[in-house]
Design a protein around this ligand. Structure first.
Ligand code: BGC
Length: 450
């Protein structure tokens, strides 16, 4: 009786306790949110996006707040003024950006893989295929229309980070330069230089930056513009490439500067051993990367280079593929070891990530330059920071295996002859769309096996 009376007395004294208060960093609002909308003392409920309000440090009074200015920043970074862009000054970690982070799984690829597995009748192959949904790949922002999904991905990564306590890293590919894919046809993009493409590209970058800025506590790693600068090293004899030279350089410089302002760790694409790894190309490549880096003001979040993106080379081949004859840099490790000292002396940070997503099987190409849906390929080494080289931050899967490299339909506008060669699997759909037969082959040929 006495206990009951005292509890009643206590409850009448502290009515605020009737409504729960959310702890620091918990959700406190957003579309369909039905939980508490107030935060513990010292924290304020702030709108991160329309779906997610969060208790962030601070004592502003309105609940929920409507500001979209984040109150926290990337580890090692601080947000400064609130006007214009960029507004964030940042200090990157000097360590491998992958260390200590869980690489977030993109639902885009997981959905593709699960749908594909659903079409496989062989139970053993199907079980193997399903495992691919748990292997992290990069998400390609190959058209500006996809950029809004980046916000939903970052929100998901942020909420996983908060619920698990495990820091999350989201991997993206920035891939929308005007006059894209200048030496090939299969991946011609949506912007053309003649039609104000450089400004449209800058807007695309701005949209990415705006998304990233809203999730300052989620780490983002980006591969910058596959093939673009490599084409400027070796393919200026192709008129589309020489015509694109200025726009590619300005576009990449702009991307580096703007993404740097919101703390995105960047690896610029550097082709592969069979492209820039030839001795005549190494030094011009190092010079170009260093020049672009310097033109951008040496952005501190540029971590290094990405190699072998969407290609098939081994990191470390047990023996040289005969097609590599004449190039002592017959695999990615040899290429990286040869390029790194040149980069360092040119003042460019010599760190690397290497795509091994489709490198499981070697010696499958007729020529080293063959890049389109090469027959016999298998999924390769799983993503890891255990790379065996202090120059290599991580083995990654950049190309989402199963997405096509280019159509084999010779009457299509984006038909490239590489996709019609005898070592290319056919019939193949348009670049970037799902290629079921290719995916199934990657699964069954995977090495290590799935
Ligand atoms: C295609 C892109 C696609 C990417 C990843 C490229 O070859 O052009 O559309 O997003 O591959 O699959």
């Amino acid at each position: 009786m006495f206990k009951f009376a005292s509890l009643l007395a206590l409850a009448s004294l502290i009515p605020a306790f009737v409504q729960a208060q959310q702890p620091l960093y918990a959700q406190c609002g957003g579309t369909d949110w039905t939980g508490a909308t107030t935060c513990v003392s010292g924290a304020t409920c702030q709108e991160v996006n329309e779906y997610y309000f969060q208790c962030l440090p601070g004592t502003a009074s309105s609940t929920p707040a409507t500001t979209t200015t984040p109150a926290t920043t990337q580890p090692g970074s601080t947000t400064t003024s609130g006007t214009g862009s960029p507004t964030t000054t940042t200090t990157p970690s000097t360590d491998n950006p992958y260390t200590g982070y869980n690489v977030w799984l993109t639902p885009y690829y997981a959905d593709e893989v699960q749908t594909a597995a659903g079409q496989i009748s062989d139970a053993t192959l199907k079980a193997k295929a399903l495992k691919v949904a748990d292997i992290p790949t990069f998400t390609w922002f190959d058209v500006v229309a996809k950029v809004p999904t980046l916000g939903t991905y970052l929100a998901d990564a942020q909420s996983k980070q908060q619920s698990s306590g495990q820091k999350q890293l989201v991997q993206i590919v920035v891939y929308d330069l005007p006059d894209r894919d200048c030496a090939a046809l299969a991946s011609n993009g949506e912007f053309s230089i003649a039609n104000d493409g450089l400004n449209k590209y800058k807007d695309y970058i701005d949209q990415i930056v705006a998304q990233v800025k809203q999730y300052p506590d989620v780490r983002v790693v980006a591969v910058i513009e596959p093939d673009s600068l490599a084409n400027l090293v070796t393919n200026l004899n192709v008129s589309k490439c020489s015509g694109a030279q200025t726009a590619y350089k300005s576009g990449v410089v702009y991307a580096l500067q703007q993404l740097n302002s919101v703390g995105v760790y960047m690896y610029i694409d550097a082709g592969h051993a069979g492209w820039l790894g030839w001795s005549a190309n190494l030094s011009p490549a190092a010079e170009l990367f260093a020049q672009i880096y310097s033109d951008a003001g040496k952005p501190s979040f540029v971590r290094g280079l990405a190699t072998n993106v969407a290609n098939y080379n081994a990191l470390s081949a047990s023996s040289p593929d005969p097609i590599t004859q004449g190039n002592s840099n017959y695999d990615e490790l040899h290429y990286i070891d040869a390029l790194a000292p040149m980069l360092s002396s040119a003042g460019f940070p010599a760190h690397f990530i290497v795509d091994q997503g489709r490198s499981g099987v070697q010696d499958i190409r007729d020529q080293w330059g063959d890049w389109c849906n090469v027959k016999g390929a298998g999924f390769g080494t799983r993503p890891t920071t255990n790379t065996g080289s202090s120059l290599i931050d991580a083995i990654v899967w950049v190309k989402p295996g199963g997405e096509c490299d280019g159509t084999s339909n010779s009457s299509a506008t984006r038909y490239d002859a590489h996709c019609g060669q005898s070592d290319a699997l056919q019939p193949a759909p348009e670049a970037g769309t799902w290629f079921q037969a290719y995916f199934e082959a990657l699964v069954s040929n995977a090495s290590p096996s799935l």
